[in-house]
Design a protein around this ligand. Structure first.
Ligand code: PEP
Length: 254
């Protein structure tokens, strides 16, 4: 039985003081998280110490949106997985499509980042997803599985709780368009099969595969109904306490 994960990717939104207000309001409204749902917030790097402070003892996890492919050293502007882990973070997103697209991050670099995250004790949330033209040409599954394989080259999570895979079709991120629940399920099942080939059946059975791309309270329940979809990576709808809270409750069946 996999515990659903609802993770909020704030992208480059909110100042540290706005984040503090958001965390307090969210924890007040959440009370106790619904049993059997894991919640994580993924704010930008300067907000991580605030997350560490405000979320301490709440059971709500936090993580970074990206980490360096290097452990430490002369890499001006980079943030290492070790620095993030030392704050008490649980997760690090790697390979988000915005980084693949705007910073031209190839899957080989994503694999190096996942490896650093694991070595630092973080669980990578590895994002994969196809552009629109690939889906329209019928090549989405092959494209995404190839991306997965290359993004995991040399990466050894060690157990299913040390990796999360997020299927995020590029054309659905921040656009208001969502994959159909059937397409999300088909891709999640294909990813799980590939993870079985790579790491074994037991690993694949336990690893969580999320969907991401314009998740809203109105569409989340039907996406979650897919047997292989174990939660959501949420951008826009995680910025407001009310909508993110609604998604957490939906994942808890409420
Ligand atoms: C994301 O940033 O990972 C994302 C899925 O964004 P949105 O929910 O806004 O589409």
């Amino acid at each position: 039985m996999r515990t659903p994960l609802v993770a909020g990717n704030w992208k480059m939104h909110k100042t540290p003081s706005e984040a503090r207000v958001w965390f307090n309001e969210f924890l007040d409204e959440l009370g106790a998280a619904p049993p059997g749902v894991e919640v994580a917030l993924l704010p930008s790097h300067p907000l991580l110490p605030v997350a560490a402070e405000e979320l301490a003892g709440s059971g709500v996890a936090f993580g970074a949106q990206d980490v360096s492919a290097h452990a430490w050293g002369a890499y001006t502007g980079e943030v290492s997985a070790l620095q993030v882990a030392d704050l008490g973070a649980r997760y690090a997103v790697v390979g988000h499509s915005e980084r693949r697209r705007y910073w031209r991050e190839p899957s080989e670099l994503v694999a190096a980042k996942a490896d650093q995250a694991l070595k630092a004790g973080l669980t990578p949330i590895l994002c994969v997803g196809e552009p629109l033209e690939v889906r329209e040409a019928g090549g989405a599954v092959a494209y995404v599985l190839d991306q997965l394989r290359r993004s995991l080259a040399g990466v050894e999570p060690g157990g299913p709780d040390r990796l999360v895979v997020a299927y995020e079709p590029v054309w659905a991120i921040g656009t208001g368009r969502t994959a159909t629940p059937a397409d999300a399920e088909t891709m999640a099942a294909a990813l799980r099969e590939e993870l079985a080939v790579r790491y074994g059946a037991g690993f694949a059975e336990g690893v969580r595969v999320l969907y991401g791309g314009s998740i809203k309270p109105e569409n989340f329940a039907e996406i979650l109904a897919g047997a292989n979809v174990d939660g959501g990576l949420v951008g826009g709808a995680s910025l407001e306490v009310a909508s993110f809270l609604r998604l957490v409750l939906l994942a808890g069946g409420l």
